[in-house]
Design a protein around this ligand. Structure first.
Ligand code: GDP
Length: 431
């Protein structure tokens, strides 16, 4: 298969970065198609840790083209910082190593200011955003007042739009959010530098991807966040402001319908979520704390501790179906070592009613009780395990049950953070 999308099937942080990095070895082009620097993929390559927020995880393989598609919203300052960090480590140096869609929208400093002021105002009801301005930038895109990278070409007209926007945003910041306004002069000067540095990367990336596909190149689409954070199918309003499904790769990168050969869903062997919102399998006992520490479950974008829960098969079915998943990559199996028994949520229950599937609209998800199966745990370390046969029998049983309940075959299993700590069952680019 030549065109593959990798998407999260939980609330993000499933370990997509590692899987994308692994598959990127077989791809020519790696593409981001939604979200902004509110995503963060952590990669461990040759013992060195990299956190990528905007540039696709393919950046750590020489000779690949990394593309940021039109469906994203991009903070130009964060992007430049990331490019500089990667280049300082010897990555992203080739002429065609990075392309940025002219059609992508920019996240401006006033978006971040609005995001943070709104969250502060919501207090206990805060959504739990990163505060980086992603939601307000998507709002402007839909309101048709956003600034696209294409606008930078004519800097005079860009400046006029920026000043208009800033006047509106400052009025809103002061009058409604009671927050400090931003200065236009500083921002215009900064954007001049941004323009000079980013113009060489800007391209019609949809046209570029079309030609690449016609030429038989292999393309990997990298989803950010996870299906339960999807603006339509997630736990609204505790979601992100874009579609996180594989389907978003079409609109968000200009990929024509029918041109995606396979979707790989990524899930942890347990569940985590950051911020507010319903979480049916959340573990409130010490096991949650233990998994958080063992799995280093602290947000890579914000450092916030992640909430921990058992694997949720109801959620997995919902997400895998929406994404039309061909296979499931299950990460962090190693973190469950020593937890005995392990639990899997097979259904929800509320007021005597059983839900084998996600309740419509996810209504009342905060009040359901998980119906769990218990399976024996395992105590052997999974360090160095590279095949299913080497796994303890209990771990194999756990995986079989997850595949059965999810209805999708397992394609990869993560046994550690490093690139090579993976059991590869089937690689979509080699099928
Ligand atoms: P992403 O946003 O979906 O890419 O996920 P993150 O990068 O935020 O979080 C995943 C974390 O888990 C990172 O620190 C990875 O290095 C780590 N990770 C990924 N796969 C595995 C695995 O199989 N085992 C362990 N122990 N860590 C993993």
């Amino acid at each position: 298969m030549n065109t593959v999308a990798v998407v999260g099937t939980q609330w993000g942080d499933e370990g997509k970065g590692k899987i994308v990095d692994l598959l990127a070895a077989d791809a020519d082009i790696v593409v981001r198609f939604q979200g902004g620097n509110n995503a963060a993929h952590t990669l461990v390559v040759n013992g060195q840790k990299f956190i990528l927020r905007l540039v696709p995880a393919g950046a750590l393989h020489p000779g690949k083209t990394c593309v940021i598609g039109n469906g994203t919203v991009v903070d130009p300052f964060a992007l430049l910082e990331e490019i500089d960090t990667l280049r300082a480590s010897g990555f992203l140096t080739g002429e065609d190593s990075f392309k940025l869609s002219c059609d992508a929208h920019m996240v401006m400093p006033y978006h971040g200011a609005i995001d943070r002021a709104r969250e502060a105002r919501l207090g206990r009801n805060a959504i739990g955003t990163t505060g980086f301005g992603i939601g307000p930038a998507y709002e402007d895109k839909v309101a048709r007042s956003g600034l696209r990278f294409a606008d930078l070409v004519d800097f005079r007209s860009f400046t006029a739009k920026l000043e208009r926007n800033l006047a509106d945003k400052n009025a809103y910041l002061k009058a409604v959010l009671k927050a400090k306004p931003l200065k236009a002069g500083d921002l215009v000067a900064q954007m001049k530098t941004v323009r000079k540095r980013l113009l060489p990367f800007m391209a019609d990336t949809a046209a570029l991807l079309y030609s690449a596909q016609q030429a038989g190149k292999r393309i990997l689409f990298e989803g950010a966040h996870g299906t339960m954070l999807d603006i339509d199918y997630g736990t609204y309003p505790y979601v992100t402001s874009s579609s996180c499904l594989a389907a978003a790769a079409h609109a968000g990168a200009g990929l024509p319908p029918g041109r995606l050969d396979a979707v790989l869903g990524i899930s942890k062997a347990y569940t985590t979520r950051v911020g507010g919102g319903p979480f049916p399998t959340e573990i409130k006992s010490g096991i949650g704390k233990r998994l958080r520490e063992e799995g280093d479950e602290f947000g890579s974008a914000t450092g916030r501790p992640r909430r921990i829960g058992w694997f949720d098969a109801v959620l997995a079915r919902h997400a895998l179906r929406l994404n039309g998943a061909w296979g499931l990559a299950l990460t962090k199996l190693d973190v469950l070592t020593g937890i005995d028994p392990v639990k899997i949520c097979v259904a929800y229950e509320r007021g005597g009613q059983r839900f084998d599937e996600m309740p419509p609209g996810r209504v009342g998800l905060d009040k359901v009780r998980p119906v769990c199966e218990e399976l024996p745990g395992w105590h052997q370390s999974l360090q160095g395990v590279r095949s299913l046969e080497e796994l303890p029998a209990a771990a194999r049983r756990y995986l079989e049950r997850i595949a059965e309940l999810s209805g999708v075959p397992l394609a990869m299993i993560g046994t550690g953070a490093a690139r090579e700590a993976t059991i590869m069952i089937s690689n979509p680019f080699r099928c």
